[in-house]
Design a protein around this ligand. Structure first.
Ligand code: HEC
Length: 222
């Protein structure tokens, strides 16, 4: 039936173009429906949380952890409600992942001190865990400046609703210094539940250890 098309390079090229363009549109168009996308109650990431997300990416946690619960009973029984596209409206990039050496983290719901002990010594918390320890997260300082630049970018390019009461009133500070100050305030709240004296001391000196930013990010997954 399509022999004439195969013998006619010009129309064949047009046909291929139209087919691929249509497939592209189907993928791209939903992204323009900005207002309709986020689920109700979803907030943009604060600068501290973004810094934590960058640590998650840098340490490649998603090599072992997914953040996408599929609509199967075996998954919803274990991890909770299956993921909805609107829950990821501010995840840039997505960290859905495709490998589950460890459990899904989309709805991870643990306390700060649980995360602290687990990150320092997974086997001390969960016997037989094969997750590696991350001792350096307790010493290295989180990169707030880059996270702030990122927040400015998603705000400018993708209309991420900062400073908007309707979307949780997450603040986008006016400059880098204000961003660092705000991140430190948020970090200190988390720091109250942290036991490690090195982390506490760093916070007192105005530095934010990576572990604190990472926990801030993990808490957004609840
Ligand atoms: C080599 C694979 C591997 C890597 C890399 C890894 N994990 Fe894990 N993770 C696991 C395994 C296996 C478990 C389940 C056993 C346990 O709780 O320790 C787990 C458990 C967890 C849990 C507890 C989940 C629950 O529901 O109890 C959290 C939170 C977590 N990981 C966070 C992280 C973060 C954050 C990183 C990156 C800094 C990371 N993991 C890197 C394998 C990994």
């Amino acid at each position: 039936m399509f022999h004439w098309l195969e013998k006619n390079p010009f129309f064949f090229a047009v046909f291929v173009f139209v087919t691929i363009a249509f497939a592209g549109l189907v993928e791209i168009l939903p992204n323009f429906a900005q207002a309709a996308r986020p689920i109700v109650g979803l907030k943009p990431f604060s600068v501290l949380e973004l810094a934590g997300k960058n640590i998650y990416l840098k340490e490649n946690c998603n090599a072992c952890h997914s953040q996408l619960i599929r609509p199967f009973k075996s998954e919803t029984d274990r991890y909770g409600h299956f993921s909805l596209s609107g829950e990821f409206a501010y995840d840039r990039p997505f960290v859905w992942g495709s490998k589950r050496t460890g459990p899904d983290l989309k709805r991870i719901n643990r306390s700060t001190d649980w995360h602290e002990s687990h990150m320092k010594d997974p086997q001390g918390t969960v016997k037989d865990s094969i997750m590696p320890p991350y001792p350096w997260l307790f010493k290295k300082v989180a990169d707030i400046d880059t996270a702030y630049a990122e927040a400015l970018t998603v705000n400018a390019l993708f209309n991420t609703p900062y400073n908007n009461a309707e979307f949780g009133d997450v603040k986008l500070p006016a400059n880098k210094d204000a961003a660092n100050a705000l991140a430190l305030t948020e970090a200190k709240v988390i720091g109250e539940d942290i036991k490690d004296p090195v982390v506490k001391e760093a916070l007192n000196q105005g530095k934010i250890p990576e572990i604190v930013a990472l926990i801030a990010y993990l808490n957004t997954r609840k």
